[in-house]
Design a protein around this ligand. Structure first.
Ligand SMILES: [Zn+2]
Length: 172
């Protein structure tokens, strides 16, 4: 009963004109939509090193244990190597032992998904940068608690920006 009263009083507060702008900006922060970047494959091919292009736009997979990002343990942000949209916070990275940089979660709203049927024995969930569509990796259900997800990422599809260094402007 008391809890219901508290909820009701918060609800009535939110309707006060003074607080309405605050409530609106809070809901915008939750529902941020990243506008898509449309760029031709040819343009990406000219911008990116061959292996990064092959992974990001032809869904190739880098060889396991080859990414320098496996040894990256500093605080910072992992951004899409194509369009520079931030995809993972450093505190989401964990040691999976798989040979690919692995994360527990993507920054909310920054990854898109599709079913990948290329392996005959397993349907996998592909994920990509929501902005440029660049393929990043696959997400599996065998990650550590509490989320239980393992975002298995091609290192070549990411750049790392250490904390204290400015994030680059999104590529246009
Ligand atoms: Zn991108």
């Amino acid at each position: 009963m008391q809890r219901r009263r508290v909820i009701r009083s918060i609800a009535s507060l939110a309707t006060l004109p003074l607080l309405a702008p605050l409530a609106r900006s809070a809901s915008q922060a939750i529902n941020v939509v990243v506008p898509p970047l449309t760029k031709s494959r040819q343009a990406w091919r000219q911008l990116l090193p061959p292996m990064a292009y092959a992974v990001l736009f032809e869904e190739a997979t880098e060889r396991a244990f080859t990414s320098p990002l496996l040894a990256e343990h500093r605080d910072g942000t992992f951004i899409c190597a194509a369009c520079f949209l931030p995809l993972f916070a450093a505190n989401a990275k964990f040691e999976s032992g798989t040979g690919w940089p692995s994360f527990t979660r993507c920054i909310p709203g920054h990854c898109g998904f599709k079913a990948d049927h290329r392996l005959a024995f397993e349907e996998r969930t592909e994920y990509h940068c929501i902005r440029c569509g660049g393929h990043q990796g696959h997400v599996f259900d065998d990650g550590p608690p509490p989320l239980g997800k393992r975002w298995c990422n091609n290192g070549v599809a990411l750049n790392f920006v250490p904390r204290g260094q400015a994030l680059p402007a999104w590529r246009t």
